[in-house]
Ligand binder design. Sequence first.
Ligand SMILES: C[S@@+](CC[C@H](N)C(=O)[O-])C[C@H]1O[C@@H](n2cnc3c(N)ncnc32)[C@H](O)[C@@H]1O
Length: 445
Amino acid sequence: MTDSLLPISKVANTGAEKRALSYASTIFNLFDNVLSTKQPADRVIANYFREHKKHGSKDRRVIRESLFGLFRWWGWIQQLGNHKQEEIFFSMLASAAQLENHPWIDIRDGWLAFSMQYDAAKPLPIPISESVNDKLNTFQQFSNIHTATVEQLLPDWFWQHCAIESGLEKQLLVQAMSTRPPIWARAQQASRQVVLQKLSRDNVEASGSEFFDDTINLGHNSLNLNQVAAYTEGYLEIQDLASQVIGQMCAPQANSQWWDACSGAGGKSLQLLSLMQHSGIEGNIIASDIRTHALTELLKRAKRSRFNHISIAPWKTDLLPVKASYFDGVLVDAPCSCTGTWRRNPDMRWIDDSSAITEKPELQLDILQRSAAAVKVGGELVYATCSLMEVENQSVVAAFLKSNSHFELERLIHPFTGETTTMLTVWPQQADTDGMFVVKMRRKR
Ligand SMILES: C[S@@+](CC[C@H](N)C(=O)[O-])C[C@H]1O[C@@H](n2cnc3c(N)ncnc32)[C@H](O)[C@@H]1O
């Protein structure tokens, strides 16, 4: 990471102002690096902390949360002006801290004191409600930018590709996209009740979910999983609830043969194994990916969770790495724009552009076509993405079915809304999750 310096002329008079200046220059460095290199903020911040060991846990939290706050509200605060100008950057930091209701009021007020909005007679109100409309009002008053709108929190190119038309639905989506979802996980190798007891012994706050009987909600507290016995002993896997919907829609039968054609490090492969176990005898899973190191990680996770019926078959060429017409089920969890995971990575909505969406459908259709050859007659083909965009979802499936009339769509019941559909989108606002898309097709002949 190259050092990017905020030109600071302000002089700190109090301890809080000194800390505010010091945090501001670190956050500016990170923020400017993310924008200029277009590398994910998570990676930039992890590299920075690896190289700068001086920061304690509170520093790390202030820096991390403030950086993510800037990206979460960037659609509004970028209208304050050029972030490379000192007073403007302080205004941006103070706004983001206020919109996020950060608990470090002294730091926020330090930034406010150096900002172009500073007026000693007008302290910032705390806290503001979680409603995105209330936040918009507060921002408009603070900045005097009365043209700011709720939709601006997501980039224009997102709206150009998004099927949502109703104003209310848009608002609900932005409301969800402006907050972080809880950490969702799954119980495996034991009932949820047993896993919740194990978590409680380690003082980890957790609860069940009404939707699936193995889902666990770990809330918003940050966790060091290596100190959580339920995790190290393989009884707990972190997996967003929307992602869990995909395994649930696969609904693998006992003793069935599944191929996870884009397995990555195996989030869904492990879920499929766990579901098979629930329903009786564990079947077999073969996991494939073009990234062999992800498959190595998958084998480590499977070992920790004591799942034996899994093997790997990396894609080395475009030729099928597994037997043709053999599997009861094939899951294609295709590479995509990841717009459904923007709640956890708010930087991605500003460092990506529309090519993140428009470049993927050709590859998605190609992987789906090639993988379909592995499904046996009567077997199932599941296509999934963590995208919310029609061009990566419904359009890819329609193009596939047009030239593969031996497959037909199956009906699915949306687990959060009860709606029956053939093309199931999980929207983040439905159950406080990421966004996902899933379709199930059956091979007729
Ligand atoms: C959405 S991720 C999969 C996530 C994974 N299923 C999980 O649940 O953790 C998509 C995966 O597709 C893989 N991929 C990309 N291009 C591919 C290709 N041409 N063939 C097979 N896999 C590919 C990526 O390496 C990535 O791991």
